[in-house]
Design a protein around this ligand. Sequence first.
Ligand code: NIG
Ligand code: FE
Length: 427
Amino acid sequence: MKILITNIKKLVQVEEIPQKWVAGSDMAKLNCIENAFLLINNGKIDNFGTMEDYLKPETWALSACKIDSLVGAEIKHINANGKMVFPSFADSHTHLVYAGSREIEYIDKIKGLSYEEIAKKGGGILNSAKKLQEATEEELYEQALVRINEIISQGTGAVEIKSGYGLTTESEIKMLRVIKKLKETTPLQIKATFLGAHAVPAEYKSNQSEYVDLIINEMIPLIASEELADFIDVFCDKGFFTIEDTERILNAGMKYGLRPKIHANELDFSGGVQVGVKYNALSVDHLEYVGNEEIEALKNSETMPTILPGAAFFLNMIYAPARKMIDAGLPVAIASDFNPGSSPSGNMKLMMSFGCVNHRLTTEEVINATTINSAYAMDLSEELGSIARGKRANVFITKEIPTIEFMPYAYGSHLIETVILNGKIIN
Ligand code: NIG
Ligand code: FE
């Protein structure tokens, strides 16, 4: 199946030579082609260029298709006059498999209840864990599928999903099996992360290291034997897991080939960033508490600093210093953190708006942060995150919009008209 999109007002995030990420002042650059065409063939991006060049033979030198094959029943033609084409968003940090919701807690928070008071009322991560333990695999799958379909319509083409609301061996495995089924049955590119160390279950409160032992000795070997996870995560922060716990868990996971992605520095200068870099984490995420030491640690590392603007907004927290990180030469990725407690939205276009308004990033920077850089943060930047020949054809066509800036600016408007995943029109 071929799809030919012509008269594209702007083809956004085009790469002639694919990069693994963009950093520092390069984040303000975005390569685009005006009045463009895009050819998709067999699920892959085959060719692109300007409409003026469309008929020139040299335009087709690198293409698997020849121009005279682009007529007839085998090809779907879309005229995108006035519309733009973007690579799909890569959402590199979510917890979108969960049971029920926690809106009552949200109201308690607005009324002024503290995190501790909410926890005492049975709220927080342990509230979601209780609900998840009671839900069947089928119920969890059905609820997650609704969220998956929603984020697909909002332009997401790849998503990382964490466990971490199970907190028992049985329920963590149940969650990861649901993620596996979502991988097998939806058109999204999905990566699974084992986050047994998301919270300490009540029965281990006075003996946290015993819970860490359970993660290391029981959960990780079982999860690895069923090949249920791609990555391993720890909530390394004040009141949750210590540096020592984190190192023990990462060492155990890495023996089974699970690369770390860390919840770090959301609540304090926890040392989470440094421990992530030490263990060559793919990303360190949240980063509200980041200063010069953390920035120095991240320089020359292979670890993607990832901000979660939805969580900072929803919890009314201080904002991660993304501007400072980029000005210091670092790359930055943006993800949604879609979860029932701190960010009940997986809308990446909205995350772009938060990135602009609250973190002072430009449109070009938030587009790089939600595509190529977030694709790197889930080890997919060779395959996704830009319009490059040979990459997977995960793209969306906007409605008619005047500029790229209009995307984060019109923060409440649904501007995505057509979604193409794996070279097929989804909706
Ligand atoms: O990434 N920070 C830790 N975990 C989640 C919150 C999960 C919850 O409240 O259910 C997060 O924001
Ligand atoms: Fe999270």
